[in-house]
Design a protein. Structure first.
Length: 385
């Protein structure tokens, strides 16, 4: 399994699509001629060897069945892909079986900045809870118009990796509009660490101002700084449980007094159905309630330990960005997602290999203070000793 949908090989960036709506429609339509062709060809083969005496062999039907089967196989093998050639500065869309047969080539000679944008899409099952899917789009400015390179559902890391790869190949600027303060970089600055970027540009380091109601515990040690974010009890995990019990009671009464089912059948059925309907919401509430995090920043690395996102370590020489990812958009639709309990969102420390998220339990003032404090220490630790 590859790490990214797009693959980089030399000066070429490419991908083969697997699950687009059009491709799935073509593959589904190809099942019918494949099935009918196989059935017809098999019947003629049995007639030819006289296994089924009443059936007579017909050369026309044998060719017809073989043609249908080949048509179905060809339809199942139809594939689609894109190739971005940094040397020729072209973007090629192709269709093939599975190699490229038809090509549509677009010149990128006048390509400008590469942008990452985000759009929230609400999904609601017929009977299930709602959730928000974040669609990350990588767009390329070409001759005063925006060209869609690709879309990444709930995959910000894949979108950023693809956008940075396009920037390196074309020498374009990089814009990330999905974070609290949009990032703008030149292609030559993409691999520069956060601390070195501040030192090189001489940009003023934000001064951390601790808010009056700040819950962070900052401990100075011989090796660096340790920050503890205590449990915030963001959610009540018993609320979904009570809702599930209420649903189970309603189904139980409905089953016994309306559908005239027996108690032996109705009680376990109602409990199972009610429990399954609220299981995901209960789990996300429990995760939000027990969320605690610890950050350790030294001259070597930033280590984050979170009960929700796990443990990650990023060397300071590889830490490129420390940004805010806001999750307040469509918060009331995130019925089974932990993010619906966050006051604002999370801070993301990013490198090319690792991303560490933390701070979901904090308010806006605390997140600003934590971000400024970390940036100040990262710049300080990045100075030559």
């Amino acid at each position: 399994m590859t790490r990214h949908a797009w693959q980089l090989q030399g000066r070429t960036l490419f991908r083969t699509y697997q699950r687009t709506d059009l491709l799935q429609g073509i593959h589904l339509a190809a099942c019918l001629p494949l099935f009918l062709g196989t059935l017809t060809l098999a019947a003629q083969a049995l007639a030819f060897v006289e296994v089924v005496p009443p059936m007579e062999f017909r050369l026309f039907w044998a060719f017809f069945g073989g043609g249908l089967m080949l048509l179905g196989v060809a339809g199942m093998l139809v594939s689609k892909g894109r190739i971005l050639d940094g040397e020729a500065r072209t973007l090629t869309d192709w269709w093939g079986l599975p190699r490229p047969v038809l090509r549509d080539v677009l010149s990128l000679a006048k390509a400008g900045a590469v942008e990452i944008t985000r759009e929230s899409k609400v999904h609601k099952g017929r009977y299930g809870p709602r959730q928000v899917e974040e669609i990350y789009e990588v767009r390329l400015r070409v001759s005063h118009r925006s060209l869609l390179v690709d879309r990444f559902p709930d995959d910000p890391e894949g979108a950023r990796w693809t956008a940075e790869s396009v920037c390196r190949l074309l020498g374009s600027r990089f814009r990330d509009k999905t974070v609290g303060r949009p990032l703008l970089k030149k292609s030559s600055e993409l691999d520069e660490s956060l601390g070195q970027r501040y030192l090189r540009t001489g940009k003023p380091v934000p001064g951390p101002r601790r808010p009056s109601n700040c819950r962070l515990r900052c401990l100075e040690g011989p090796e660096g700084l340790e920050i503890r974010i205590p449990r915030a009890n963001l959610a009540n995990p018993w609320k979904p449980v009570l809702t599930a019990l209420g649903m189970a009671l309603f189904l139980l009464l409905l089953s016994v007094f309306v559908w005239q089912e027996s108690w032996v059948f109705s009680v376990p059925t109602a409990l199972v159905v009610g429990g399954l309907m609220e299981a995901r919401a209960t789990w996300s509430s429990w995760q939000a309630r027990r969320l605690t995090e610890t950050l350790r920043l030294t001259r070597q690395a930033l280590r984050v330990e979170s009960t929700l996102y796990g443990s990650h370590e990023i060397p300071l020489g590889e830490l490129e960005d420390l940004v805010l990812r806001d999750s307040r958009e469509d918060k009331h639709h995130r019925e089974v997602q932990v993010e619906r309990f966050f006051p604002v969102g999370v801070l993301c420390a990013r490198s090319d290999r690792v991303q560490a998220c933390f701070g979901g339990a904090l308010g806006m003032d605390e997140l600003d203070y934590l971000q400024a404090l970390l940036v100040e220490r990262i710049v300080e630790f990045s100075r030559p000793v």
